[in-house]
Design a protein around this ligand. Structure first.
Ligand SMILES: *[C@@H]1O[C@H](CO)[C@@H](O)[C@H](O)[C@H]1NC(C)=O
Ligand SMILES: *[C@@H]1O[C@H](CO)[C@@H](O)[C@H](O)[C@H]1NC(C)=O
Length: 328
């Protein structure tokens, strides 16, 4: 019995919490620097208060919010206070406060910064490189949906969800997935139901940049984004009593008793050179050229896969153009 399998390699990209100082040494020159004031606070302009593990989380959060101008950090309780004013704007409300640290947060949105938080005599610095990219690259496209959901977006309804159930081979079925697996999918021996995140609107943000040079694929939705080339994979799904099904917004393709999905791939780069993407939430890219993952700045990639056991009889699996790496 011949078994056809298409193994798509998925790369989970997980936020890499520890920012290495050395790796970003070249970014420091471009960084703005802010220094905190120990035992100081801005009074009467706090609009949000929450507990954090360290002051740099507080600074990071402030940098992300349009409204936030400065922070107070309550030392003994590790509480972050976001202020809608700064000491420069409200010098009269800038006071001595033995329990707090104050810092004006004024970095370029999407730029890079170095924050220096001085805690008493103990000091440390936190370096964030130019990774604060809040927007996904321009164009319309799709990504595999992670169990943690679709990428975060400040623009509501930028991402839509869809799912495709593929009824794979029933005779000696062997569909399965890798041990490490974080895609929003149910993979049984004879069926695979996975979901997608589809960015269905272009340019909701003027900050959106083109997809960076590298080696990776994403799903096609509309025209391929600038610099990406097109291709497809067709899975020959089960012929007998086929139960293929789908719902929501899907990548471009043909969804009948077989599944043909179109892709857009960046092929003219080197996957060893890290690319910059928003890393606030885990996400997937599809591997191109080899099973290795495209490197992403400040993120750790893990290879994962789904094995599809496709139709055994008169198999018509097919692929053309630029498509994700697969073992066949
Ligand atoms: C497939 O998965 C999606 C997302 O988890 C779910 O909403 C849908 O009901 C599933 N479809 C079937 C037929 O089980
Ligand atoms: C990609 O970059 C790595 C490390 O920088 C290098 O070893 C490799 O030869 C490069 N590959 C190609 C195809 O240029």
């Amino acid at each position: 019995m011949r078994t056809q399998t298409v193994v798509g390699v998925l790369c989970t990209v997980v936020f890499f919490h520890l920012v290495s100082r050395m790796a970003h040494a070249n970014a420091i020159g471009k960084c703005k620097s802010q220094v905190s004031a120990f035992q100081k606070a801005l009074q009467g302009h706090t609009y949000d208060t929450f507990k954090v593990n360290s002051p740099d989380v507080c600074v990071k959060r402030c940098d992300k919010e349009e409204k936030c101008q400065s922070i107070n950090f309550v030392i003994d309780e590790s509480i972050c206070e976001l202020n809608k004013e700064s000491k420069e704007a409200r010098p009269d409300n800038y006071v001595t406060d033995p329990r707090r640290i104050y810092m004006t947060v004024k970095f370029d949105k999407g730029g890079c910064f170095k924050s220096i938080v001085i805690l008493n005599s103990w000091s440390f610095d936190c370096m964030y490189t130019c990774m604060y990219v809040y927007t996904w690259p321009s164009g319309t496209y799709g990504l595999p949906r992670s169990k943690t959901g679709c990428p975060q977006s400040p623009h509501a309804s930028e991402w839509q969800i869809g799912w495709r159930l593929q009824d794979t081979e029933d005779t000696y079925p062997d569909s399965r997935h890798s041990n490490s697996f974080h895609i929003d999918a149910v993979v049984l021996k004879s069926h695979v139901n996975r979901s997608f995140c589809i960015k269905h609107v272009d340019k909701v943000s003027t900050e959106a940049k083109p997809w960076p040079k590298g080696q990776y694929c994403i799903y096609k939705k509309g025209v391929c984004p600038v610099g990406l080339s097109e291709g497809f994979i067709k899975w020959d799904d089960e012929d007998t009593n086929n139960k293929n099904n789908n719902g929501g917004t899907l990548p471009d393709g043909i969804y009948d008793k077989d599944t043909r999905i179109s892709f857009c791939c960046r092929t003219n780069g080197n996957k060893s050179d890290p690319i910059t993407l928003p890393v606030e939430k885990p996400f997937y890219l599809l591997a191109y050229g080899s099973s290795e993952c495209q490197k992403v700045e400040r993120a750790l990639g893990t290879e994962e896969y789904i094995q599809y056991d496709n139709e055994d009889s008169k198999n018509s699996d097919e692929w053309e153009g630029s498509h994700p790496f697969m073992k066949y």
